[in-house]
Design a protein around this ligand. Structure first.
Ligand SMILES: Nc1nc2c(c(=O)[nH]1)N[C@H]1C(S)=C(S)[C@@H](COP(=O)(O)OP(=O)(O)OC[C@H]3O[C@@H](n4cnc5c(=O)[nH]c(N)nc54)[C@H](O)[C@@H]3O)O[C@H]1N2
Ligand SMILES: Nc1nc2c(c(=O)[nH]1)N[C@H]1C(S)=C(S)[C@@H](COP(=O)(O)OP(=O)(O)OC[C@H]3O[C@@H](n4cnc5c(=O)[nH]c(N)nc54)[C@H](O)[C@@H]3O)O[C@H]1N2
Ligand SMILES: [Mo]
Length: 703
């Protein structure tokens, strides 16, 4: 079988190279077998250094999802009441004409174009279908901008403050590590292609430790599980520094050459003795001291943090603080040492050319995690006109945005004009006036960065679009035309967009060309293997040092030094609230789901129902037994789940594996009925896991 460059009419089976589009650090290189125009197999590229020939539980089912009986294949026009999910088929001409006319009318109205709001996230991480023609379109019409904060901004800014960019140690160095800390990350579920590297390190004698309020399937596989209290990681990191400095385990040479503010950091760490840290984190003093000693004695400790730990009020500072650790001990010098939140900033695609921010007039920005406020407050919560039109693509906010009850109130507004580009009738699409069928990764072109490794990947269409589906970029091209936007940039086709994304002289992109991608499917960035970004300093901060002390934080009115910033709903600080709602809810992803994607795939959901894991200490006084139907509630809302009584959660923590489609739960609600629209300390991010609740047997007396 040969590897074909584009869709082939040839009847012979052939293989098309692609990229997994999903929001995951792994961005796998895929091989799709096509027979007589139909995709019959998807596998991981065995030659790709990170994919290593295997795919995850979800993407192994990508063909089942693509050919799902419920795939949208034509445009749909709403016929029932708003939110009822009742539609009739329409032609593309009807849909595009109606949408163009309505959007043009809103642009011309007294509310003006800022009353139009795009809403998208990373349903696909591809540059073409994720952030190219769509951005040009909204920039050109002068729509409100969307601050895309829902996942990563708290930690990204935390990294920027300490090391200068969201860049980190190379996963391919992990086999040389002698201590691996999986800190606030469920690797086997959310970053599974890192695991073979961790296993290699372990084969060479490394110790692997999970730091997580949940004993996840990842923690089960580690040498040790540290069941920390949610939102207290900065205190643990400072406690480790306390011990490192007190016992002389720091690397004075690295500190002197490559860091700023070491004396202040040492003084700050002195304020965090193990006794205090133990009281904050719920981790024993012995564990804190032995973790610090182990870290100080290691030659190359690899800290894998991920986005789970920054979904708390102090999430930005938590990441900033942990990111100081490798510089204290000088581990950036060696392969396998350092910290990784993301590798995304290592990529230097030409986003300006793709997105054309120059087309936009000065407009307001709306934070996507406050969609509920944006849709329900008269000035959208930020000043200016109300939101009159919402165009959603690559996202399912009715299920994934915090405070879904508020979001739903907004989506139900009769005067809100909502257009949703989707593969399926999601909870969000159910609220649309128009639904437009989008192509999947098997049906369109794209090019990808990654956030857990250092390879760029091309995606070629393997099959023709299903039904009348069109790619996002094509839909925005057509809309631009209908609305009379005749700038030349609205005529660039998808392959031209890929070439524009690659049109850069940036050093790390040397060799990442269209031709190389066509030939190999993927190309490693122009960096050594493994990439040691800060082996000899060269931090990307204003000072060029690892900034223990940050002038920028001073200017932001924040503590310039690492510190423990408690969650918004930290029981000690909100005793009245904690008396009513004593448990912290974590709603991190279920293994078989990708946020709310794949929830409707039968073989992945099977007959599962939403579950709520409760520790025996919390279950007993509430009369909760395994299998009971529970209601989880706070002042924002409530949802139901089946009780699992287990010591895999620490006491006072409950876990609701997520993110369920509202309409597949049974009660029409998921964990986001209880989450808040509050923001993190840095980056205006969401605080999904900073969420006090009470749990009771449904129908039973209230506690
Ligand atoms: N299968 C699957 N893979 C995914 C995703 C998915 O939905 N499903 N989502 C993708 C996306 S969008 C992202 S952003 C990444 C996220 O990747 P991760 O960050 O690994 O994912 P989470 O499961 O959100 O969080 C990881 C762990 O953090 C723990 N945690 C929560 N609060 C704290 C805390 O305060 N301190 C500490 N130490 N731990 C805490 C949670 O219990 C959880 O086990 O995964 C990606 N990969
Ligand atoms: N309670 C709770 N809430 C969470 C999280 C959590 O852990 N707990 N995780 C948060 C995180 S980390 C994130 S990143 C967000 C993710 O939130 P979203 O980015 O909204 O992710 P998904 O829920 O996967 O929804 C993506 C949608 O995009 C669609 N899609 C995929 N590809 C295409 C395409 O090419 N074109 C079009 N038009 N549509 C496409 C899919 O069908 C899917 O419905 O959720 C956040 N919400
Ligand atoms: Mo995410």
């Amino acid at each position: 079988m040969s590897v074909m460059p584009v869709i082939s009419n040839d009847d012979a089976p052939h293989v098309v190279r692609g990229a997994c589009p999903h929001d995951c650090p792994d961005t796998c290189a895929t091989l799709v077998t096509v027979e007589r125009g139909r995709a019959t197999r998807i596998q991981g590229d065995p030659d790709h250094p990170f994919t290593q020939g295997f795919l995850c539980a979800k993407v192994n089912r990508y063909l089942e999802r693509t050919y799902h009986r419920d795939r949208l294949t034509t445009p749909l026009r709403r016929v029932g009441p708003k939110g009822s999910g009742t539609f009739e088929r329409a032609t593309w001409d009807e849909a595009l004409d109606a949408i163009a006319e309505r959007l043009n009318a809103i642009r011309a109205s007294s509310d003006g174009p800022q009353s139009i709001l795009p809403y998208s996230y990373a349903g696909t991480m591809g540059y073409v279908q994720g952030e190219s023609m769509d951005r040009r379109f909204f920039h050109r019409i002068g729509a409100s901008k969307l601050d895309r904060t829902i996942c990563a901004t708290a930690g990204a800014v935390g990294m920027q403050m300490t090391v200068g960019a969201n860049i980190g140690a190379d996963a391919e160095g992990v086999p040389e590590s002698d201590l691996v800390l999986l800190w606030g990350t469920n690797t086997l579920t959310s970053n599974p292609h890192l695991w073979p590297f961790v296993r290699q390190a372990r084969d060479h004698g490394a110790t692997v430790i999970a730091i997580d309020p949940l004993r996840t399937r990842t923690a089960e596989q580690c040498d040790e599980w540290i069941g920390i209290r949610p939102g207290t990681d900065a205190a643990l990191a400072l406690g480790m520094m306390h011990v490192l400095f007190a016992e002389g385990l720091q690397d004075d040479d690295y500190i002197a050459r490559h860091t700023l503010g070491a004396d202040q950091l040492r003084a700050r760490a002195a304020e965090y003795p193990p006794s205090l840290v133990s009281a904050i984190t719920g981790v024993s003093e012995d564990t804190i001291v032995s973790l610090a000693r182990r870290y100080g004695a290691a030659k190359a400790a690899f800290i894998r943090i991920n986005y789970g730990l920054q979904r708390h009020g102090g999430g930005g500072m938590a990441v900033r603080t942990i990111a100081c650790l490798p510089a204290v001990v000088g581990h950036w010098r060696r392969a396998g040492g350092g910290v990784q939140l993301s590798t995304s900033a290592a990529f230097q695609f030409n986003k300006q050319a793709l997105q054309r921010p120059d087309l936009s007039p000065p407009v307001r920005t709306i934070n996507m995690i406050r969609l509920g406020h944006a849709l329900t407050l008269p000035d959208a919560g930020v000043g200016g006109p109300p939101v009159k039109a919402l165009v959603v693509y690559n996202s399912n906010p009715a299920a994934v945005a915090p405070d879904t009850n508020d979001v739903r109130r907004g989506l139900l507004r009769d005067d809100l004009f909502t257009v949703v580009l989707e593969h399926f009738l999601t909870d969000t699409a159910d609220h649309a006036d128009w639904v437009l069928p989008a192509t999947t990764q098997l049906e369109h072109w794209d090019v990808h960065f990654a956030y857990g490794h250092l390879h760029a990947t091309l995606n070629r269409p393997a099959i023709a679009p299903l039904g009348e589906a069109k790619s996002n970029a094509e839909i925005f091209r057509l809309l631009a035309q209908r609305m009379g936007l005749d700038d030349a940039c609205f005529r660039d086709d998808d392959v031209t967009l890929i070439r524009q994304a690659l049109d850069t002289t940036a050093d790390r992109m040397k060799g990442v060309t269209f031709d190389a991608l066509m030939e190999h499917g993927w190309v490693r960035l122009n960096v050594p293997r493994p990439f040691l970004p800060f082996a000899d300093g060269g931090f990307l901060t204003p000072s060029g040092k690892c900034e223990f002390y940050s002038e920028r934080m001073v200017r932001m009115g924040l503590d310039p030094l690492p510190a423990f910033t408690p969650p918004h709903e930290f029981p000690e600080n909100v005793p009245a609230l904690a008396a009513k709602y004593p448990l912290t809810l974590i709603s991190s992803p279920r293994h078989q789901f990708l946020n709310s994607t794949f929830v409707n795939v039968d073989s992945l959901r099977r007959d599962a129902k939403p579950e709520v894991m409760v520790h025996p200490h919390d279950a007993a006084p509430r009369g909760i037994v395994d299998g009971a139907t529970l209601v989880v509630r706070n002042d924002r809302g409530e949802f139901h789940g089946v009780a699992r009584v287990t010591d895999a959660v620490r006491p006072t923590v409950v876990w609701a594996p997520s993110v369920w489609w509202l309409k597949l739960t049974g009660d029409g609600a998921n964990a986001n009925a209880t989450t808040s629209q509050l923001e993190t300390d840095l980056g205006h991010g969401p605080v999904f896991y900073d969420n006090l609740v009470e749990v009771a047997v449904a129908g039973g007396a209230r506690a």
